[in-house]
Design a protein around this ligand. Sequence first.
Ligand code: NSP
Length: 226
Amino acid sequence: MAPDYGKTFAHWRAKAADPWRDYTNHPFVEGLRDGSLPRRAFLHYLVQDYVFLVHFARAWSLGVVKSEALDEMKVCSATVDALVNHEMALHVQTCAAEGIDEQTLFDATEASENLAYTRYVLDAGHQGDFLDLMAALAPCVMGYGEIGLRLARDKNPDTPYADWINTYADPDYQSLCTSVGTMIDDAVARRIGDLATSPRADVLQNRFTTATALEIGFWQMGLRCQ
Ligand SMILES: Cc1ncc(CN)c(N)n1
């Protein structure tokens, strides 16, 4: 059963069922679970993901700018902190052990899939309002939460990717997913009332489904380097 990250997320996820399945069950994810993912592909992904998180932190910072309530500001700023000061530590430590320092990570050239995804999300926030931004950001946060929980349960005990899996199965990451989900539910209620009957429902769904498709592209980018 999928974890409970709020009713808006559950609604968006159900309406993007096929891409959501392809994102959260991608062969890259299966390779993390059973340990068959080539190390080169993992490191290539991790370097790109560090840069991804830099730009995602910018997008969550835009969430602070677009907030209309204190709880929205608190969750957005806490998410920036979680990305920059916690999640990225996984990337920095894993890469340091392979001789790649943080400046090299920061300066890495972005793959086009990375560029497409992060700038899509930033544009959703610049062009639209807080809800457009949240619909584009949700697949990133919640998808990895869901993947982390499932892989923690089903992983091959010998997988070398346990640190990665534990980062996203960790109670701190899970509670971030829950607080983002609750905050999005409140933000939807505050701005448009009932999501399903709102005239904005299709556009918001499209943002969520597009971001989910861009997550699939990101895994594909990782697999290209074997
Ligand atoms: C591409 C991607 N998507 C989601 C996450 C989880 N924050 C991530 N680190 N990277």
